[in-house]
Design a protein. Structure first.
Length: 196
C-alpha cells in the first residue's frame, strides 16, 4: 500500500519526496567526511542510492519518512529531515526517530532546527504519534543541540549500544533523546499564552 507523501513547507525549506536529480548531490553529501563524521563509514554511490530508495519507500509506505529537503529560494537539494521507524531492536523500540542530515555548506544557519520543528509538528498533529526519539553518538554536539532546541530530553539510563555497529567500535555508544507529544503540546500552549 502506498500513502500520499505530504509536502511540508517552512519559511526557508520545502520537504518533499525524492527525485532522480537528488541522487548526485545526495551521494556527494554521503561521501563527505565532514557530514559523515559521526557515522561508521562514508557511503559509496551505490550505498547512497540504496539509502535514497529506502527513504522513498518508507515515505510511500507510511506517509512519513526521510523527506528530501530543498531550499525554497533556489530549489537546491540540501539533504533530508526524517521521521523514521528504526529496524533494529533496543529497549526503546518500536519507535519513530526524528533525524536530519544536511550538506555541510548549509550548516550553522538554523535550517536543521527549522525543518525538524515542522517535522515534529507533522508527527504529532498529522500522524498522531505519541513520542519521538532521536539518537546519536555523544560527540555529535551539533545534532545534540538541535535535539535540545526541539525540547527533547535526555535520561542517561536510556543510552545504548547501537546493535548495528560492531562491539568495541568508538561509535557504538549512543545517547537517546525523547520528546512526548503531551509535553510538546503543553510547551506550545505555554508559548502561545506568553506571546499574547
Amino acid at each position: 500500500m502506498t500513502c500520499a507523501v505530504p509536502k511540508i513547507g517552512t519559511e526557508r525549506l520545502i520537504l518533499r519526496k525524492w527525485r532522480e536529480s537528488d541522487r548526485e548531490p545526495f551521494a556527494r553529501m554521503n561521501s563527505n567526511p565532514e557530514v559523515m563524521e559521526h557515522f561508521p563509514a562514508l557511503l559509496s554511490r551505490q550505498e547512497s542510492d540504496a539509502l535514497l530508495d529506502r527513504a522513498q519507500a518508507h515515505l510511500q509506505r507510511y506517509g512519513f519518512g526521510p523527506w528530501a529537503a530543498e531550499l525554497r529560494e533556489s530549489q537546491e537539494f540540501i539533504g533530508f529531515i526524517s521521521l523514521f521507524i528504526p529496524q533494529f531492536e533496543a529497549s526503546f523500540t518500536p519507535c519513530v526517530e526524528i533525524g536530519w542530515r544536511l550538506s555541510s555548506e548549509h550548516w550553522g544557519r538554523g535550517l536543521a532546527i527549522e525543518g525538524a520543528r515542522a517535522v515534529v509538528r507533522h508527527g504529532f498533529e498529522v500522524q498522531g504519534l505519541r513520542e519521538l526519539v532521536s539518537f546519536t553518538v555523544p560527540g555529535n554536539l551539533r545534532s545534540l543541540r538541535v535535539m535540545q532546541k526541539l525540547g527533547m530530553t535526555h535520561d542517561p539510563r536510556d543510552d545504548f549500544d547501537h546493535p548495528s555497529i560492531a562491539n568495541g567500535h568508538p561509535l557504538r555508544r549512543h545517547v537517546l533523546y525523547r520528546l512526548k507529544r503531551d509535553d510538546w503540546m503543553t510547551k506550545r500552549v505555554g508559548e502561545h499564552t506568553h506571546h499574547g
